[in-house]
Every structure is written in structure tokens, then in C-alpha cells.
Design a protein around this ligand. Structure first.
Ligand code: ARG
Length: 398
């Protein structure tokens, strides 16, 4: 039986040409697997057919939208996940779910290898291969664009020579990756970090500088997970989609950064993630209301570690699994409602309430009803500053 390879197929130029390249270079039959993570745009059926037209022996589409939202994006939200404080891990989160389906499909169809269309310069190659290694160590990973040094120009020539039905024009200068958590745009004129982004780059967000009336939205959380918008119960996926539309209209979640890739390169990235940013703002506010101070402080350290691991392709690692157990435990009381005002590129928290709230009006108030015994503070501060006082005396003695 001819050996088989399962290719993570996007429908774009590189992976379409990759089907023929893989076949020519390895002699294996190519199975195309397109995973729907809410990237929108083209019909998944058209993508499926294109893979067959490009020479795949089999072409499979998996709708992983709910799985992606429930099992990958919700853990990221609980972790308030941001790489280098700015990037909500849009692409980094989709790779492990795609890799999971590559591994499942390879096992099911008896393939001995998987393939992806990443170059050798980015994080995504690491994420795909590290995830596959963790899930199915017996599989080999092949990266035609990287390992066979297939440039864009070569790809275009190959597609023309073989009459491949690729719509993608050579004119699009950007490298774009998108899913329901957001959109990443790189390359082209953005490679000079002095060049400001232009409106054309954006798809999920409107120009935030255009004056618009504010919108208000109330998000209900149960144990760290958003469960309703304005009182209407919805799935995690539907909530993200709705917030993408609502917050996107106000230009929320535009991000322009120079980011450190795992492979050592600094890269200029433009992101838009309206729903993700609105949800993280809301979730953080609810945590401020419901987590003890030390727990919140320690968790912020864990969040940064979690984000680094996921950025670096270690979704299926022991450390990440253990951090998830900690994070899940912190979410027990993160339930309640957050009101957000959406306007001018910002999602601003304007109201917060929770039955599990640690906010105590009678302790906080400066008006009548104050139950806080201020006289106790005097002694507390005396003891609290004792180490400082003693060491300061020593310093003065010299
Ligand atoms: N730099 C981001 C990351 O590493 C985005 C990568 C986007 N991928 C792409 N092929 N354009 O997660």
C-alpha cells in the first residue's frame, strides 16, 4: 500500500501547490485536511473540492469551531492569555487544535506522516510539529515550503504550469492568519516598523476614530466562562462571534507590535481581536472583584508563563497541563456580570457585580455604614514597617 501523508490544508496557494510537491518529493498519497476554526471567508466545500482538483486522494473538512472555542479559547480566556502583554495568541491557539485533527486523521487513515505549509522562519512550524510529536510520536512531520525551499514565486509558477485552480493573486502582499479569536497580518510594507498600519489591513474591526454612539453590553460569566450576552444564554463560540461583531464595530482590539518569535527573530505584527480583547477585559474585571489579592497576584505570574508556553508550541506539555489545573481552580468563584462600554477602540468596564464578590460595601464606604475599625490600622502599620525601620537604623549606623 502506498504511504500516506495528511496535509493541513488551508485552500491557499502554498498548501494547494504543496499537494503536488509532497507527492513528487515523497511518493506518498496526499490526504488534505481543512480544519474550520472560524476563519470565515471561503466556503469550506469549495476548499475541500480544490484539494481534490490539486491532486489530493482524499479531502476532509472538520468543523472544529465549537471545540476550538470550548477547549482552546476558554482556557485562554481563563488565563487572560497575552503573549508579551499584547498578543492574545490568535494563531498560537489554533495550531494545537489543527494538529490534534491531523493526528486523529493520520491514525484513522493509516498515514505515517503529516504535513503543514509553514516556512522555516516562524512559530507555527514549531507549534504544529511539537503538538503532533506530543500527540502521536510515531508520525513524522513534513514541511514542503520549508524543507523543499518552495518560495512564493516558485509556487505561482508551479500552479500556472499545472493549471491549479488557485484564486489567490500574486498581488496580496500580506501573510494573514485568522480564526474566530482574531486575525494576524504580517509582511509587505509592515516589515518596516516605522510604517503605520493602513485601514486596508483590517477586516474584523472598523476604524475606531470614526465617531459613533457607544454600545453597551453585559456579559455573564459562570466559573470564568462567558455564558450569556445581555441575558441571552449562548455557546462560547456564539458569544465570541457576537462580540467580534459588536466590539469590532467600535474598532476594539487593534494591536500593532514588534514581537519576539521563538526562532529568535523580531517581527512586526498587526492583529485585530475585538471579541477576545473585550472578553479578556471583562474577565479580568470579574477576577478583580472575586479573587483574593494574593491569588490574583500569583495567577498573573502563571498567566504569563501559560502564555509563553502556548506561544512556544507547548500546548500539550506537562507544565501547561498542570498550570491549567491551577487556573481552573482559581475560577470557581469567577461568576457574575460585567457591563462593557464599547467606543473609540476601547472596551471599558463600567459595571461589575457578583454573588461571589469579595467587595464589601460596609468596609469600603467612607459614608455612614462604615464598619471598618480605622484604629486597628495604626498597630498594623507599626508591625508592617518594623523590618524597614530596623534595617533603616542599621543603614544609618553605616
Ligand atoms: N506571529 C504570530 C504568531 O506567531 C502570528 C502568526 C501568523 N501566522 C501566519 N502564517 N501569518 O502567533
Amino acid at each position: 500500500m502506498t504511504e500516506r501523508v495528511v496535509l493541513a490544508y488551508s485552500g491557499g496557494l502554498d498548501t494547494s501547490v504543496g499537494i503536488g510537491w509532497l507527492k513528487d518529493a515523497t511518493g506518498k498519497e496526499v490526504v488534505a485536511l481543512a480544519v474550520d476554526v472560524g476563519q470565515g471567508g471561503e466556503d469550506m466545500d469549495d476548499i475541500r473540492q480544490r484539494a481534490l482538483d490539486c491532486g489530493a486522494v482524499e479531502s476532509i473538512v472538520v468543523d472544529a469551531k465549537d471545540e476550538f472555542a470550548d477547549d482552546f479559547l476558554m482556557p485562554a480566556l481563563k488565563a487572560n492569555a497575552m503573549y508579551q502583554k499584547r498578543y492574545p495568541l490568535v494563531s498560537a491557539l489554533s495550531r494545537p487544535v489543527i494538529a490534534k485533527h491531523l493526528a486523529i486523521t493520520a491514525k484513522k487513515l493509516g498515514a505515517d506522516s503529516v504535513a503543514h505549509g509553514c516556512t522555516g522562519k516562524g512559530n507555527d512550524q514549531v507549534r504544529f510539529e511539537a503538538a503532533v510529536a506530543a500527540l502521536a510520536p510515531e508520525l513524522t512531520s513534513i514541511a514542503p515550503v520549508r524543507d523543499l525551499a518552495l518560495t512564493r514565486d516558485k509556487a505561482i509558477i508551479y500552479a500556472e504550469q499545472h493549471n491549479l485552480p488557485i484564486r489567490q493573486s500574486a498581488a496580496n502582499p500580506y501573510s494573514i492568519d485568522k480564526n474566530v479569536w482574531g486575525r494576524a497580518v504580517e509582511t509587505g510594507f509592515l516589515e518596516d516598523p516605522w510604517n503605520a498600519p493602513i485601514e486596508d489591513l483590517y477586516e474584523y474591526t472598523q476604524d475606531p476614530s470614526i465617531p459613533r454612539d457607544a454600545d453597551e453590553v453585559i456579559i455573564t460569566f459562570a466559573s470564568g466562562i462567558p455564558v450569556a450576552i445581555d441575558g441571552v444564554q449562548l455557546s462560547a463560540l456564539a458569544i465570541i462571534e457576537e462580540l467580534n461583531a459588536l466590539a469590532g464595530k467600535h474598532g476594539v482590539g487593534r494591536i500593532d507590535v514588534v514581537e519576539d518569535r521563538l526562532v529568535g527573530i523580531k517581527s512586526r505584527e498587526v492583529y485585530e481581536a475585538p471579541g477576545a480583547i473585550a472578553l479578556i477585559e471583562a474577565h479580568e474585571a470579574l477576577e478583580a472583584l472575586t479573587l483574593e489579592r494574593d491569588l490574583g497576584r500569583f495567577k498573573r505570574g502563571v498567566e504569563a508563563e501559560w502564555s509563553n508556553l502556548v506561544y512556544d508550541g507547548l500546548w500539550f506539555s506537562g507544565l501547561k497541563r498542570s498550570l491549567d489545573v491551577f487556573i481552573d481552580d482559581t475560577q470557581k468563584y469567577v461568576s457574575g456580570e460585567i457591563r462593557l462600554k464599547l467606543q473609540g477602540g476601547r472596551a471599558t468596564v463600567t459595571g461589575q457585580k457578583s454573588e461571589q464578590s469579595l467587595y464589601d460595601f460596609s468596609l469600603a464606604t467612607y459614608d455612614t455604614g462604615d464598619t471598618f475599625d480605622q484604629s486597628l490600622s495604626k498597630g498594623f502599620i507599626e508591625i508592617w514597617s518594623l523590618p524597614s525601620k530596623i534595617s533603616a537604623r542599621r543603614d544609618l549606623r553605616g
